[in-house]
Design a protein around this ligand. Structure first.
Ligand code: GLU
Length: 498
């Protein structure tokens, strides 16, 4: 029997997502329960969006939850390197195999041609996709174009008719019509592989036995299976997990729910409770108990008991579970130690103390002045926002624009935050003092405190986002119509800045 090897393959773009942790947890349980290995691979083929910080955040978030791995970029292992950007030569080698066998082909179509094609297909109401224009170029034509240094990508051939049938561990047989499947680009013009190609090549060479991933990949599976077939490799078993949902059943999104693991850490949740809660997403312990550790979950795990109805990630339910952990699982001493560890995080304190030293006369001034650094959502109401120059609509705009702007940039240093606020204030035609007022109330919850710019930089984007969103809610919320107007205005701002 093939050894069980599962993997989580996150792309290091943005925050460490609860969805990544959820899929990682189920992969880890399945591997451990079958005495196999769970590995972590970084899929950083999108060089423009991948960052080292995001990669580090993923490692830290999964470790914090106790979802650890036995092979990965940071711990090494026999199938490395585990970062796709370091595996380019392998992809080059393998693409040659497909070119030689005729299963992949050079495509020299320009971006303009592809746009025209797409527009035409939309107008004709046909399935958008590549039309095979370069499929039958002769060897000589290709050689000539290459000699002329024309830009190209490499695409895979896809059957024109029939359907792809495959077994999904949870869903049984799935059939997808080949007509719905595009002649996927495997290698981009910059010589880097696309997700689909690198993912299959790596799963094969890393001897992954079971691909357990989110259901958003179901429609990509035919392409992946076809690649296995072209190479003559044994395909892994596929299992598509249900996606996490917001309480309104829409796909979990940070607009409606905090999705970054960092948020839950920064708000003072216990990792044991968060991972327990993730274990309850579409899965239950055989005896129905609600509190369980990751080891207990592993011991009792059965992937086939995952239920497909979209599991709801409900922060209120998590709060309840976390409260139970605090009451039932922590002694007073543990509470004290864990609280102190969380509250007096050295890195954070090193940033806060200099701000306090200038402003306090006694230690007893610290909590009234800076308690907001440690609290969740400040206790504020519409009255907290009463201001001589600004009305509620203007304040909502300031808050929303700042949030979008902060989410756009990865740099949350004090200077960068300040610069963005100054630019936004100028664009919106507010004095910076006035502009900062609603942010000040939203973030610090007070009329007087340390600078709000420092505060945003220190508490980070996740907690800032939660506070800004709460403030917008207090100010009456933003209707769909208002969102549209704001989005347009914000796009104008972004363009004016280019
Ligand atoms: N890099 C993909 C992601 O970000 C991996 C998907 C898969 O597991 O195949 O989710």
């Amino acid at each position: 029997m093939q050894k069980v090897r599962t993997r989580i393959a996150p792309s290091p773009t943005g925050d460490p997502h609860v969805g990544t942790a959820y899929i990682a947890l189920f992969n880890r349980c399945f591997a451990k329960q079958n005495e196999g290995e769970f590995i972590l691979r970084i899929e950083d083929t999108d060089q423009a969006r991948s960052t080292a910080k995001s990669e580090q955040d993923i490692f830290a978030a999964l470790r914090w939850l106790g979802v650890d791995w036995s092979e990965g970029p940071d711990v090494g292992g026999p199938f490395g390197p585990y970062r796709q950007s370091q595996r380019s030569s392998l992809y080059q080698e393998q693409i040659e195999v497909l070119l030689d066998s005729g299963h992949a082909f050079h495509c020299f179509c320009t971006a303009q041609r592809l746009t025209d094609l797409r527009n035409q297909q939309m107008a004709d109401k046909t399935t958008p996709g590549y039309d095979g224009h370069c499929l039958h170029l002769s060897k000589e034509e290709i050689a000539q174009k290459l000699a002329d240094e024309q830009e190209y990508v490499i695409r895979m051939q896809v059957p024109a008719e029939g359907e792809c049938r495959f077994e999904d561990m949870l869903r049984g047989e799935i059939a997808i019509n080949w007509q719905q499947i595009d002649m996927q680009v495997l290698m981009k013009s910059d010589g880097l592989p696309t997700y689909h190609f690198a993912n299959v090549v790596d799963d094969h060479f890393m001897e992954i036995s079971h691909v357990i991933r989110g259901e958003e990949w179901i429609n990509s599976t035919p392409k992946h299976l076809l690649l296995y077939q072209y190479f003559g490799w044994q395909a892994p078993v596929f299992c598509h997990m249900p996606l996490l949902r917001n309480p309104d059943k829409s796909k979990l999104s940070k607009r409606k729910n905090p999705t970054s693991i960092n948020y839950y850490r920064d708000m003072g949740y216990l990792p044991e409770a968060v991972v327990n809660y993730l274990g309850m997403m579409g899965w239950t312990m055989p005896d129905g108990r609600e509190l369980f550790t990751i080891d207990e979950m592993t011991d009792n795990f059965d992937l086939m008991r995952v239920s497909l109805g979209g599991p709801v990630f409900d922060v209120e339910k998590l709060d309840w579970l976390n409260g139970k952990y605090i009451r039932e699982r922590l002694s007073d001493t543990q509470f004290m130690q864990l609280f102190a560890q969380w509250a007096f995080d050295e890195q954070k304190m090193a940033q806060i103390i200099p701000l306090l030293k200038d402003r306090v006369e006694r230690f007893s001034d610290v909590v009234p002045l800076a308690g907001f650094f440690l609290s969740g959502l400040p206790e504020i109401s519409a009255e907290s926002f009463v201001h001589k120059q600004l009305n509620e609509e203007q304040m909502r705009k300031i808050l929303q624009f700042t949030l979008w702007q902060l989410e756009n940039g990865t740099d949350l240093s004090r200077d960068a935050v300040e610069q963005e606020c100054v630019r936004l204030a100028a664009y919106c035609g507010f004095k910076i003092r006035d502009f900062l007022f609603p942010l000040f109330v939203a973030i610090t919850g007070k009329a007087v405190s340390t600078s709000v710019i420092d505060a945003i930089s220190i508490i980070g984007i996740d907690v800032s986002r939660a506070r800004i969103r709460a403030a917008i809610g207090i100010l009456g919320g933003i209707s769909k119509k208002e969102t549209k107007t704001l989005e347009k205005d914000f796009r104008d701002f972004a363009q004016s800045a280019e």
